[in-house]
Structures are given as structure tokens and as C-alpha cells.
Design a protein around this ligand. Structure first.
Ligand code: FE2
Ligand code: FE2
Length: 156
């Protein structure tokens, strides 16, 4: 279950933005690990297509991690080396559900981050994060489709 999102912090400093981007980076590492493992262990004919998609997600998450690290370095901070914890299950549905929950959380955070970048006048950074956000939304759609559910509205 995704946790409730906090209200967007809008009186933000560059130092705080770097801290929040490090949280994003930890989520990107988590996503890389989850997609690397889940793409290989998902079994069953009905999950063949999504397993292939998860392999593509894994590579895109690595690109995101690189991009976020670059922004953290640009802000004068040190990129983290620690992923958020990755859940495991031997059930395909659970794995897809964990991925979807994480993508929802990631999308919520990047929407906040774009607003925060703009408050600080970091428009190019906001643009980079928008590109990442577009791919995260595609991931969310792929997972919701594989689970046979509606794409969750994370803007509640
Ligand atoms: Fe990502
Ligand atoms: Fe993603």
C-alpha cells in the first residue's frame, strides 16, 4: 500500500531539493533492482508480455538514476548509494502490485519535485524531471494493464 503523500514543500532551499532528489535516487535504485529481478522470475504465459516490458523498465530506471545523480551533483551534494528496500514474493500478482505501488509513489514525488524546481528557478532541471515523469507514467500504465485494473489517480 502506497503511503499518503505529504503536502508539497514549496518554501524550499537548494539543500532541501538535493535531499529530496536523493530520496528519488533511492527509489530509482529500488526500481532498477525490482525490475531486474521480477523481469526474470515472472512465470506463466499470461505474464510473458509484461516480463519483457519490465526488462525495458529496468534500463529506463537506470537512465533515471543517472539523470537524478547528475542533478544532485549539480546542486553540490553527494548522490546516495542506498536503495529503498525491495519487497519480494513468489506470486506474480504481488510483484506487479509492488511495482505499481512504487511507481505511484514515484509519480507523486516527481510531480512535487517539478513544482519545487520551478519555485527555485531551476527550469532545465524541471524539464529533465518531466521527461522522467513521462516514462514513469508509462510504467504505471503497463503495470495497471497487466493487473487488469484502472490506472490509479495519484493526485488525490
Ligand atoms: Fe524511474
Ligand atoms: Fe518507473
Amino acid at each position: 500500500m502506497a503511503k499518503e503523500s505529504k503536502a508539497t514543500e514549496m518554501n524550499i532551499t537548494r539543500e532541501r531539493l538535493a535531499e529530496l532528489l536523493n530520496e528519488d535516487l533511492s527509489r530509482e535504485y529500488q526500481a532498477i533492482i525490482a525490475y531486474v529481478v521480477y523481469s526474470q522470475v515472472l512465470k506463466g504465459a499470461e505474464y510473458m508480455d509484461i516480463a519483457d516490458q519490465l526488462e525495458i523498465h529496468a534500463k529506463q530506471e537506470l537512465d533515471h538514476a543517472l539523470m537524478i545523480s547528475r542533478q544532485i551533483d549539480y546542486l553540490g551534494a553527494m548522490p546516495t548509494v542506498t536503495p529503498k528496500p525491495v519487497k519480494t514474493s513468489d506470486k506474480a500478482k504481488d510483484m506487479l502490485r509492488f511495482d505499481l505501488d512504487n511507481e505511484n509513489e514515484t509519480i507523486r514525488n516527481y510531480r512535487d519535485r517539478i513544482r519545487q524546481c520551478e519555485v527555485l528557478g531551476e527550469f532545465a532541471m524541471a524539464e529533465q524531471i518531466r521527461k522522467i515523469l513521462m516514462q514513469e507514467q508509462d510504467h504505471q500504465i503497463d503495470l495497471a494493464t497487466a493487473l487488469g485494473i484502472e490506472v490509479p489517480n495519484v493526485n488525490k
